[in-house]
Design a protein around this ligand. Structure first.
Ligand code: SAH
Ligand code: SF4
Ligand code: F3S
Length: 452
């Protein structure tokens, strides 16, 4: 209900990638200093905000579904405001106001304006703020984070790669990095507040640059802040995967031995059309180099199936590459045409059904590989950062290994944020199961020399 309450309350729902999750924490911080408070109960909200994703058509469809529901809710509670944030706001702009029920449209670089825009919207003035910035990185703001074990930490924003299928350069604008000092400072703050895993985020995180410091330099400084804190990073582009970065992953004990490196296709012709700027052979050599430098490293990738003109032969090359490189995980997506991208002008030639069949084949193959990789760990002991009760039972706890595998084990005395060694006795393609061995470790670095 919108009967006056002070401060006014905001219900915020988040879709899309981890960057959006991190942005919602920035928004939480901005609202707090702007006279608004977050609520997790929509029934208590004066404002409903949806932080949206535009990466694929089905991501947007899902959000339209939510907006439909919120509209019904607003008809019953006419005083509330509805706002769309994030990548869909940036892509669709004032078109979103065509539905009478949306009051605010705010893109990823304009969140500082939110409290003012909301104040005015309560006075009846709808607001659109969708300018992209070359400098905004929210460097000076304190995000509102729920206390926990794992934290997301954006270090750069935007993307200059312009892969021909991708909407991100248009919804997120140009690349810009935060200052190394402020990132290192925030890591120290998070560590002292009890966070035990920090993931450095960016659309192209490894193209971070602050003066003479590259991403490898940043990773080394961040890792040295507190050796009992695990450091992860997402997402790297193969073009910027430098030897210096591989060295940092290999040498710094608390940098997790896990790299997500999207390949997108196993066909050079398709990679060219995608403007990925590397060849399959370059990618293959990178994977071999990472495995050589970082023993036991886990690798995952992204694949798009059914890109314009992808033939059965191109698809076979992708399947062969997946079989050859034996990733620990792969996310496979049906190509989804996005208006405004270069690929939008290419004929979407692969029928939906055939895209689905190709995705299904790759997913099936990858499942079988992941199952084999996971079964190889049976009998081994892996160090797990304990996150809390598993989804299925309060008597079981869950955490992740250095290599980002989910591990489930019977709960004894361990607490979230502690490290535990778990001997694996069972595995499926997604999860390892085992029992704890030895005492928990309050705050310890990673075990070295173990494959997981
Ligand atoms: N910056 C990251 C990826 C961000 S989007 C990178 O370059 O790796 C995450 C994944 O979504 C991409 O790796 C790609 O596989 C997929 N994706 C992006 N645009 C898509 C589209 N139009 N259709 C289908 N999948 C897409
Ligand atoms: Fe999109 Fe390519 Fe940028 Fe990744 S690197 S965000 S896929 S344009
Ligand atoms: Fe989606 Fe925007 Fe992230 S399009 S994947 S929320 S950068």
């Amino acid at each position: 209900m919108s009967t006056y309450q002070s401060p006014r309350r905001v219900y915020l729902e988040t879709y899309g990638c981890q960057m959006n999750v991190a942005d919602s924490e920035v928004v939480g911080g901005i609202l707090g200093t702007g006279g608004y408070a977050l609520t997790s109960d929509i029934a208590k909200a004066d404002v409903v905000l949806v932080n949206t994703c535009a990466i694929r058509e089905n991501a947007e469809q899902r959000i339209y579904g939510r907006l439909g529901l919120f509209s019904t809710y607003k008809r019953e509670n006419p005083g509330i405001l509805i706002g769309v944030l994030g990548c869909m706001a940036e892509r669709l702009r004032s078109n979103l106001l065509e539905s009478d029920l949306v009051d605010l449209v705010v893109g990823p670089d304009e969140y500082r304006k939110l409290p003012g825009l909301m104040d005015r919207a309560f006075a009846g003035e709808k607001g659109v703020a969708v300018r992209l910035s070359r400098v905004e990185n929210y460097d000076d703001l304190t995000p509102l984070r729920t206390e926990g074990v794992c934290a997301w930490l954006p270090v750069m924003r935007g993307c200059d790669k312009f892969c021909t299928f991708c909407v991100v350069p248009f919804t997120r604008g140009r690349e810009r990095s935060r200052s190394l000092r402020s990132v290192v400072g925030e890591v120290g703050d998070l560590a002292s507040r009890g966070f035990r895993e920090i993931t450095l985020l960016g659309q192209n995180v490894n193209s971070f640059r602050d003066g003479a410091n590259d991403f490898a330099g940043l990773m080394r400084e961040v890792a040295a802040v507190d050796r009992s804190v695990r450091i992860r990073f997402m997402t790297s582009h193969p073009q910027d995967m430098s030897e210096r970065l591989i060295g940092a992953i290999a040498e710094e004990v608390n940098i997790c031995k896990y790299v997500h490196l999207p390949v997108q296709s196993g066909s050079d012709r398709i990679l060219g059309l995608m403007n990925r700027t590397y060849t399959v052979d370059h990618y293959r050599r990178l994977i071999h180099r990472i495995r050589e430098a970082v023993p036991g490293v886990a690798l995952s990738t992204d694949v798009i199936s059914g890109f314009p003109s992808e033939s059965v032969a191109d698809h076979r090359l992708t399947v062969d590459l997946i079989r050859e490189l034996r990733f620990d995980g792969a996310f496979t997506f049906k190509y989804s045409p996005r208006e405004g991208t270069k690929a939008w002008d290419m004929e979407d030639s692969v029928p939906e059904e055939e895209k689905g069949r190709r995705v299904w084949e790759i997913t099936g193959l990858q499942h079988a590989i992941a199952l084999e990789q996971n079964r190889e760990l049976i009998g081994r002991t892996v160090r797990v950062l304990v996150e809390g009760p598993s989804k299925k039972s309060p008597h079981e706890y869950t955490g992740r290994s250095d290599t980002n595998r989910s591990v489930v084990f019977p709960h004894a005395d361990e607490q979230p944020g502690e490290f535990a060694d778990v001997r694996i006795d069972r595995a499926n393609s997604a999860t390892l199961f085992g029992v704890r061995v030895g005492d928990v470790i309050g705050a310890a670095p990673q075990s070295r020399g173990s494959a997981a």
